[in-house]
Ligand binder design. Structure first.
Ligand SMILES: [Zn+2]
Length: 247
């Protein structure tokens, strides 16, 4: 392919999907998978298969672009995972469908990588829950809502702390105490043994239905992180983390 005519600088926390979608629009290609096939044939039109090496071969893409983008596939790990700064985010920590904050999208027209992190369900900028593309309603427990239907401030505070830890971890070499690994321990404790075995065996087809990162369970897991990791949960609704001893 010829050198790209336009190659915008990635915005803060921009996902690779958002960036390449912008790039394809600017080159007059409406379908992202078609653009990917033209640009990087080896990813077979799949955004989740794009690696840093593939991106580096695209004429016009600079190293600073590759470094600035998030959720590019990490081809060096056995467990499928994605680059998030210097942290590797396991694929099972990510949401499959696209999530977004409508207010943020209206303001800056990019999709943030943090919106795809399954244990970060809020937009702290606008004090609201993120929305799933194509979904009509969110199953937010009532006690998480303030009178104006915004998310209560203690939950916003929790997400700010988690986001802050994730941001700090992206700036240093990953270590055993990264927030991703800490969340991972709680996640694994809540899964039935056979789901954990599937993860440890590096099975790509692990059973998503066991993961506490969907629907109401996602909110419960967020509250579990609040009480267990941060210790600022409301006492009336404090939740123990779900435990796999039930299975
Ligand atoms: Zn927002």
């Amino acid at each position: 392919m010829q050198r790209l005519l336009v190659h915008p600088t990635p915005k803060t926390d921009e996902s690779i999907q958002s960036y390449l979608k912008r790039l394809s629009s600017q080159h007059g290609v409406t379908k992202l998978d078609r653009f990917l096939e033209m640009l990087m044939p080896s990813c077979r039109g799949k955004i989740l298969e794009v690696t840093p090496e593939m991106l580096r071969k695209v004429p016009g893409i600079r190293e600073s672009h590759v470094k600035g983008l998030r959720l590019i596939k990490d081809a060096s790990t056995e467990q499928p995972s994605y680059h998030y700064g210097k942290v590797a985010l396991p694929s099972y920590h990510m949401l499959r469908k696209r999530w977004f904050c409508p207010d943020c999208l209206n303001e800056d027209h990019i999709y943030r990588a943090s919106w795809q992190v399954a244990w970060l369900p809020l937009c702290t900028r606008h004090g609201r829950a993120l929305m799933e593309e194509g979904a009509k309603e969110l199953d937010i427990p009532e006690h998480m809502l303030a009178a104006n239907d915004n998310i209560r401030s203690e939950f916003i505070e929790t997400q700010l702390i988690l986001e802050d830890r994730l941001e700090r971890d992206t700036a240093v070499a990953p270590e055993s105490q990264s927030v991703v690994q800490e969340v991972d321990r709680y996640l694994r404790r809540s899964l039935p043994k056979r789901a954990v075995n599937q993860l440890d065996d590096r099975q790509r087809q692990y059973s998503r239905r066991f993961f506490p990162l969907r629907g109401v369970d996602r909110w419960r897991f967020f509250e579990c992180l609040q009480t267990q990791m941060i210790g600022v949960g409301s006492t009336s609704h404090a939740l123990a983390c779900p435990s796999n001893t039930l299975f």
